[in-house]
Ligand binder design. Structure first.
Ligand code: NAD
Length: 269
């Protein structure tokens, strides 16, 4: 069978990986083979739900006040996709590369927790995690098991005809913290500031990186989109793995499915 990655590309990646450390930035494309469509792509969440409403605090609050059942539909659709998804060969290859000491940090824009499920430990989550709730006041975080999410969705669906009942269910799953603040899902909505600790950690990882791999991301969203230029200024080479042709400024582009390319790369390095 014809190799998918040209030998020169493997040599290029290998020699740059040896100069220092390898960092990866991953995006929605990495989880697409796990059955989570990219939000923007065909069949993605934003086809059915307008991000101006469902990905902003104001939009979510005002929709909840007027049509709470729409919020239930949205949570239903979001979490029914997420809880079913399992790590794919790309997630597993990245975890393997970390174990082998090849990848030193994995910066992800994904909120699905699949890198950790695959065994990656050095995961920097720029946009939060859908399995975590965080107090809006003191920032204390609590991680949810999948069963808790299934249970919440079930109760929300049962309560959709009654607003007081819906509110009771929501307050049970997003309770008041002991500090007086309220918990919410720990994902970064449009217009919100990224978790500063994660962003600092990402920049720190890029300070010493000799090779940056961009895997399954359009990098259309800032400030994550600014990270490759930062790494490049510090001497890193940039390799992109994406299923679509792109015009991102990288040194080497490998076009293909991340779930096929990354296991090959893991084996070759
Ligand atoms: P994006 O939708 O802007 O870009 C996805 C990129 O992945 C595209 O360039 C596409 O060509 C590529 N791609 C799709 N399938 C691929 C595959 N099998 N192999 C390789 N490449 C593939 O996604 P983004 O850049 O991550 O930014 C979108 C934002 O939406 C992020 O902030 C993220 O938090 C959020 N999001 C997260 C998830 C998730 O957690 N799984 C899913 C959808 C969106």
């Amino acid at each position: 069978m014809k190799p998918l990655i040209p030998a020169e590309a493997i040599d290029y990646i290998r020699s740059n990986a040896k100069r220092g450390s390898v960092v990866c930035i991953t995006g929605a494309g990495v989880s697409a083979p796990s059955g989570i469509p990219t939000f923007r792509g065909k069949g993605g969440l934003w086809e059915k739900y307008r991000p101006q409403i469902y990905a902003t605090t104001m939009g979510l609050i005002s929709t909840f006040m007027t049509e709470p059942e729409k919020i239930v539909d949205f949570l239903n659709d979001l979490y029914s996709i997420l809880v079913k998804a399992k790590p794919n060969p790309c997630h597993r290859a990245l975890a393997e590369m970390e174990k082998e000491g090849i990848v030193s940090a994995l910066i992800t824009q994904n909120i699905d927790g699949l890198h950790q499920q695959a065994g990656s430990r050095s995961v920097i989550e720029l946009h939060g995690n859908a399995y975590r709730v965080r107090c809006m006041n003191c920032l204390k975080a609590i991680t949810w098991e999948k069963d808790r999410i299934r249970e919440m969705i079930k109760l929300l669906n049962l309560s959709r005809q009654s607003r007081p009942q819906l509110l009771r269910v929501l307050s049970r799953y997003f309770p008041k913290c002991e500090c007086g603040g309220r918990y919410r899902i720990d994902i970064v909505l449009f217009g919100e500031v990224l978790p500063q600790d994660a962003l600092k950690e990402a920049y720190r990882a890029l300070d010493t990186c000799s090779l940056l791999m961009l895997v399954g991301t359009s990098l259309a969203v800032y400030p994550a989109a600014a990270l490759p230029a930062y790494a490049k200024q510090r001497g890193a080479k940039i390799v992109e793995i994406n299923s679509e042709p792109s015009d991102s400024p990288c040194d080497l582009r490998i076009q293909g499915d991340a779930a096929v390319i990354m296991p090959q790369l893991a084996e070759a390095l």
